[in-house]
Design a protein around this ligand. Structure first.
Ligand SMILES: [Zn+2]
Length: 95
């Protein structure tokens, strides 16, 4: 019986710097009016994007549309909960 040695770092762990699994705080992202999304620079030159809708839905992965990379967005869901983010036209009763 041989056990696979799965403890410790793989031998080739110093290959390409891989952004997979990387995290970025929402404060470090930029709001992009045009895209209506928070964006963050991707190494490929495009932008990671996550929309307000996705944040409200609890999504935490910002994808780059030009490559397969993504980042996990660190944010406080309460800041983006649907209750908190309603633009707030208060219901007005019209007689
Ligand atoms: Zn990219």
């Amino acid at each position: 019986m041989t056990l696979h040695d799965e403890v410790g770092l793989p031998a080739g762990s110093s290959v390409l710097p891989d952004i997979h699994g990387r995290s970025v705080e929402i404060e470090d992202m930029d709001w992009n009016e045009e895209l209506q999304a928070f964006t963050y620079e991707c190494p490929c030159g495009d932008l990671f994007q996550i929309s307000m809708e996705e944040l409200e839905a609890g999504e935490e992965i910002a994808h780059c549309p030009s490559c397969s990379l993504y980042v996990r967005v660190i944010y406080d869901p309460e800041d983006f909960s649907q209750k908190a983010s309603l633009p707030g036209p208060e219901p007005i009763l019209v007689a």
